[in-house]
Ligand binder design. Structure first.
Ligand code: 2BA
Length: 108
């Protein structure tokens, strides 16, 4: 068995969770925050048999879009210690996916 951890954008998560559950994959949705943008995103935990990993990744690919986000994360220091926000374009997504081996899975 494998545990798929997928970090996706909040906008993509409702359709992705719906597609996964319709295809009878079990999924747990966690609210998370990206370290770089410090904006909310969604982390999904999906436990599947080894031969289903690629099916899950295909569903993720179908639902998760790449988006350009403009953020004012960078600041420019001006004389007199004035900080001016500097717009920064960042490409986010479609999804960041980790596939981990599961040593043991128990449902009681
Ligand atoms: P964030 O950390 O908020 O990153 C958002 C986007 O900012 C990233 O999109 C990437 O395009 C950019 N970015 C991140 N760190 C950067 C840096 N040090 N310098 C320049 N640009 C940077 P994605 O790569 O699609 O990542 C989306 C979200 O997935 C991330 O949100 C984070 O929550 C998660 N993530 C991505 N890679 C990860 C990793 N290796 N481990 C854990 N979480 C990861």
């Amino acid at each position: 068995m494998k545990l798929i951890i997928a970090i996706v954008q909040d906008q993509d998560s409702p359709s992705l969770v719906q597609d996964l559950t319709e295809k009878e994959f079990r999924v747990t949705k966690l609210a998370s925050t990206g370290g770089f943008l410090k904006a909310g995103n969604t982390t999904l935990l999906i436990g599947v048999e080894d031969d289903k990993v690629n099916d899950v990744i295909s569903v993720i690919e179908e639902n998760c879009k790449t988006r350009e986000i403009t953020t004012s994360l960078l600041t420019v220091t001006m004389p007199g210690d004035t900080y001016i926000p500097y717009p920064l374009e960042v490409k986010v997504g479609g999804a960041t996916v980790f596939v981990l081996d599961v040593e043991k899975h128990v449902r009681v």
